[in-house]
Design a protein. Structure first.
Length: 111
């Protein structure tokens, strides 16, 4: 398994809403994994209350485009777990799975 190392993180104590689906950026972070350095990744709480770590975007008018795609699901999950651990270590308060209305009976499988 590829080691993911968080090399820097900036926790947003007021999460920034993005898009129109209820997602919020919780933190910006840099990391290394598999011989790559990724600068400007984001830890995002999704509209379904799960968490996702996104690689950096390409700056410019089409800033939603990603500079890197991670195709391995296990690696993508490992990146999210490492980012969540760093976020919590540095005082982040929004990193736990939170059920949405009408879904309180479901577990952490939404991440």
């Amino acid at each position: 398994m590829t080691e993911v190392k968080i090399t820097g993180i900036r926790v947003l104590h007021r999460p920034r809403e993005v898009g129109d689906r209820g997602s919020s950026i919780l933190a910006y972070f840099d990391c290394t994994m598999g011989g790559l350095a990724l600068l400007g990744c984001t830890l995002v709480r999704t509209g379904r209350r799960g968490l996702v770590a996104n690689p950096p975007t390409i700056p410019g008018p089409e800033a939603q485009r990603r500079a890197v795609f991670i195709t391995d699901n296990a690696m993508r999950h490992q990146l999210m777990e490492a980012a969540r651990a760093a976020y919590k270590m540095f005082g982040g308060l929004h990193a736990e799975w939170e059920p949405t209305a009408g879904r309180a009976d479901q577990g952490e499988g939404d991440e």
